[in-house]
Design a protein around this ligand. Structure first.
Ligand code: 13P
Ligand code: SF4
Length: 360
């Protein structure tokens, strides 16, 4: 992308950023100076990043941390980022709920979202005047792709008076049609609050069918849903869990609530990605299997050297589009800016803020 394209794109987003300084592309050589400057950091990460990979990553890490200062940018990273992002360039790392809360309180000029597109949209919706960048526009989500705003309007007609809770893993257009958002960290609480507020025995929780089934198992509210699935978590099965359990009887199994219910039936704990991290930190199991995306085990292993992580895991191809080179380009060229129609953004802000306020 050349600079005139960037300016055109930003003007379309409401930013006249022609005045933003053009910053020179930094050298990406692994010099003795870079090695020495980052030696302390590498000492923490040597179990999860090989020396060969560190030679490649280290110059990017230095350059990105410099660029963030020059741009007054903050980098918000999801827990599924790879360790060389999660532990070195993230200013804040967390689950979807924590990222939304952090975005709401950010005072940086630029937010770089190291995560998938719906997360960057959430940051933009909460910060309409700021520049929100996603290092790869193609970083999508199978749940967000499973439902459209028109689908939600049809559900409204079919279930009049039933509150609609949307998982935060949806587009801004979908959120704009819903009453409140939820995340994996607060789904039960949000569903029960909506049932009370609307005096309804039924609540629609869309679009993740498995999350809805798992929530239904923890409440008396009747939870109606949609047929969306997470392509990472739907691949785990109950029989698979039982065979791992038989092979390693002392191992703890902790699973994300986007997994099918028969997976959660076999789990010792289920929670959001941050809930899973906290559980491992608190319980320090000898052996644990995190039934979720692969980077989670790598990221947690750094701070929990006594825990053995058993690693059948699945990669999220969308999260893995976010790399150090893509983050560097994003900060240098101020791309790709997340732009949302202001009317849609205003409508989508209400259900997100309702969740954030409920949560406090
Ligand atoms: P968390 O909110 O638990 O981090 O989940 C987000 C996600 O995309 C999991 O697949
Ligand atoms: Fe979406 Fe699943 Fe990837 Fe999370 S892990 S971003 S829910 S596809």
């Amino acid at each position: 992308m050349n600079l005139s394209d960037i300016s055109a794109n930003r003007v379309a987003c409401g930013h006249n950023t022609r005045s933003a300084p053009i910053l020179p592309r930094p050298s990406l050589e692994f010099t003795p100076e870079t090695e020495a400057a980052l030696a302390g950091l590498y000492a923490r990460l040597r179990d999860v990043i090989t020396p060969q990979d560190w030679r490649v990553h280290a110059p990017y890490i230095r350059a990105i941390n410099d660029l963030k200062k020059q741009r007054n940018a903050v980098l918000l990273a999801h827990n599924y980022m790879t360790p060389e992002i999660f532990h070195t360039v993230a200013d804040f790392a967390g689950d979807s709920l924590a990222l939304a809360r952090e975005a709401a309180r950010s005072d940086a000029d630029v937010i770089v979202q190291a995560g998938v597109h719906f997360m960057a949209e959430t940051s933009k919706i909460l910060n309409p005047g700021k520049m929100v960048l996603i290092p790869d526009q193609q970083a999508g989500c199978s749940l967000a792709d499973s439902i459209t705003a028109a689908d939600v309007r049809r559900l409204r007609e079919k279930y009049p008076g039933v509150p609609i809770v949307t998982y935060i893993n949806t587009s801004a257009d979908v959120k704009a049609e819903c009453d409140i958002t939820c995340t994996s960290a607060n789904a039960v609480q949000v569903v029960e609050a909506m049932a009370r507020e609307y005096d309804s025995r039924e609540v629609l929780l869309i679009p993740d069918e498995f999350l809805a089934q798992n929530v239904a198992g923890q409440t008396d509210v009747t939870v109606l849903t949609w047929k969306g699935h997470c392509e990472v978590h739907e691949r785990f099965t109950g029989p698979q869990m039982r065979s791992f359990r038989n092979a390693e009887p002392e191992m703890k199994i902790i699973a994300h609530p986007e997994c099918p219910p028969d997976v959660l039936d076999e789990a010792d704990f289920s929670g959001s990605t941050s809930g899973m991290i906290n559980w491992v930190q608190k319980h320090q199991p000898e052996k644990v299997m995190l039934v979720t995306e692969c980077s989670m085990s790598d990221n947690i292993a750094v701070e929990n050297p006594d825990v053995k992580f058993i690693r059948p895991c699945n990669l999220c191809p969308h999260m893995k589009r976010i790399t150090l080179p893509a983050i560097l380009d994003s900060l240098l060229e101020l791309k790709d800016e997340v732009c949302i129609d202001p009317e849609i953004a205003a409508a989508a802000r209400k259900p997100i803020e309702r969740m954030i306020n409920l949560d406090h």
